[in-house]
Design a protein around this ligand. Structure first.
Ligand code: DTR
Length: 337
């Protein structure tokens, strides 16, 4: 009787302790570690496809010790609140587009300057290497699980753009570093995250957008934008980040799975989007009769010349913030090789 009383009392005390301290019993196979993963664009788009691929790989490589619940379409956190939401623990893992907060991610956003990133595979690797070399302060409250870029930007529009004169004053949706590129060409950049673009195009608030061409298919922009002007410049950098305390609480073998996946996932995503572009272009041309416009050599030279001051301005600004700006640019170019 006394023993039973002592047993019940200890159980009660343990329950109180558990409630007060948030103590969690170690996960067993029957009781896996559950992680939430938030993403801002709709499920079929490439940032969410890479999220599902990561989930599958993690669940497989941890033998079911980890379960990842994915939340596409901004259902848990939306684009601009992603970074702070992950730091605050509103979701365990999240995917951010760094261009949506240009002042916050100065080092990694240097990859969005017009400095010759021509495909997402090389871009993604250069971005990840840049991050690892400089370990920018702005990531100190999270753990980076992957980094990748999209392919270079092109103009998708409802009216043809063949010359700088056609582009003058045209309202085009873009974000971050891409805004500077459009401004330099004389267009009027209208900043908003990608998911907001569908409505802006439908309402006519913008006459097109500047981004990677897979969105012609994934967001069905080809149904409204019947012209593509090939400019092939300016990528957007992305990062997959995890809440620091949640990561620290993971068993060492799970942490190893995550770290071993970092570069592989970054390259997988770069490769995936590179391949997606060919498919989207075919769909745009064949199913939606989109005209693809190549600039003449003379015209392209004029467009390129207008972009030189953008990198110079970034170097000046980054130096004022105490960053080794020239070394950052030189490193990105070296990592691309
Ligand atoms: N180009 C950036 C990023 C981007 C490119 N494709 C997608 C698809 C879904 C979300 C973001 C992006 C942008 O324009 O926002």
């Amino acid at each position: 009787m006394v023993r039973r009383l002592i047993f019940s009392a200890s159980l009660f005390l343990f329950a109180v302790f558990a409630c007060l301290t948030g103590f969690q019993a170690p996960a067993t196979a029957a009781d896996p570690i559950k992680l939430s993963y938030a993403n801002f664009p709709p499920a079929p788009t490439f940032p969410c496809v890479q999220m599902e691929r990561w989930k599958v790989e993690v669940e497989k490589r941890t033998n079911g010790q980890v379960l990842v619940n994915t939340f596409p379409g901004g259902t848990l956190l939306e684009a601009k609140g992603m970074m702070d939401g992950i730091i605050a623990g509103q979701a365990d893992i999240g995917n951010i587009c760094m261009a949506y907060q240009p002042g916050r991610f100065i080092v990694t956003n240097a990859t969005s300057l017009p400095i010759g990133i021509k495909d997402a595979k090389k871009g993604s690797l250069a971005l990840l290497k840049l991050y690892e070399k400089y370990q920018p302060e702005e990531f100190k409250d999270v753990v980076v699980l992957a980094m990748f870029t999209n392919t270079p930007g092109n103009i998708m529009s409802t009216k043809p753009v063949r010359t700088l004169a056609d582009l003058k004053g045209m309202d085009l949706r873009s974000s971050g570093g891409a805004n500077d590129i459009l401004k330099a060409w004389g267009a009027n950049p209208v900043g908003m995250p990608m998911p907001a673009t569908v409505e802006a195009l439908q309402k006519g608030t913008v006459k097109g957008l500047f981004s990677s061409l897979e969105v012609m298919k994934d967001f069905k922009f080809a149904e409204m934008c019947k012209y593509v002007t090939l400019t092939d410049t300016g990528i957007y950098p992305f990062a997959v980040i995890m809440n620091k305390a949640k990561y620290a609480a993971l068993p060492a073998d799970v942490q190893k799975v995550f770290m071993d996946l970092k570069e592989e996932q970054s390259l997988w995503t770069g490769n995936y989007i590179d391949e997606l572009i060919a498919e989207a272009n075919k769909w745009s041309k064949e199913e939606n009769k989109v005209e693809f416009i190549s600039l003449s050599a003379d015209e392209a030279a004029k467009w390129d010349a207008l972009l030189t001051p953008i990198t110079e301005a970034w170097i000046k600004e980054a130096k004022e913030k105490g960053l080794p700006a020239e070394a950052i640019i030189a490193d990105i170019k070296a990592f691309l090789k």
